[in-house]
Design a protein around this ligand. Sequence first.
Ligand code: B12
Length: 260
Amino acid sequence: MIDISKIDYSTILRRYDAEAENMDSPEAVAAKMLPSDPVLSEVASAVLYMKFKEIGPVVKKALESKEPLDIINNGLVAGMEIVSHLYAAHVYYLPEIMMAAKVMEVGISIAEKQIPGGRTTKGTVVMHAAEGDPHDIGKNIAAVMMRSSGFTVVDLGKDVAVDDVVDAVKENKPFLVTGTALMTTTMTAFPSGAKKLQEAGINIPYMAAGGAVNRDFAESFDLGIYSEKAPQTPPIADKILAGYDWKKIREEWDSIVGGE
Ligand code: B12
């Protein structure tokens, strides 16, 4: 007689639906990702659930007890990160991403106004999204980080032709240029822009960032340096102002951004 007690059914039949029933829903996982601080959680929830009417009052209320940058990084951007998570899990689709990003931007514009810093500037940075690339949400966040850290940002926008980037660098004389690419088809604009800058005798670091880019790519061409997350940019910029060139930034990148 067959001893069925020794049969391992998992190797014979796997019920994915039953497995899924026992897992948390993506929404529940997302809810767990909300910040533990109740004020920041309320801000992040407004982004997560695309609350256009609530975001203004919620951010203004948060400003009574929190620093603007805390609200931006740990409330608004945190909410957007959950949205990206839900998108990856096929719970949210593009319309939700776009609406949530708009809500986040409204919140950022309110919080940004309360950032102290006055009119003094540490230096100018030219920022853009690569030629052919319409994705500018991450760049806009990075621009807020840079402005709030005391830098002047010349934001060229999205889908910026390589030659326009080079012209803007010649005109504004920044100490750093950043490019964002979320598409593998557009990231090649950066080595080509960096080469044109070098040909013009300009040797400022060219930061390559955005989801399509990794550190290996960013460091594969002369002038290229990497930044993975928007908040990593100000500390890197501070080092450039302190005299680091693109080679030294690469050498000390881990310690500058506090990475492993
Ligand atoms: C929103 C979105 C759009 C929006 C963009 C709106 C906008 N104003 O940005 C719209 C609808 C326009 C769009 C269009 C398209 N999209 Co789209 N889109 C996305 C989506 C869903 C989210 C991107 C996003 O904003 N995330 C939130 C932000 C906060 O994250 P982030 O950009 O990664 O930024 C973080 C870091 O990368 C970094 N960072 C980013 N920029 C910078 C800059 C600096 C200086 C620094 C320091 C850091 C930094 O910091 C941020 C966090 O701190 C992604 C999917 C995904 N998972 O990324 C696809 C995605 C990028 N899109 C994609 C594609 C293919 C397209 C289309 C070609 C689709 C189509 N067939 O039409 C078109 C583009 C057509 C064209 N050429 O015009 C692909 C790209 C694939 C690839 N590898 O090439 C993706 C990955 C989707 C996918 N999985 O296929 N898209």
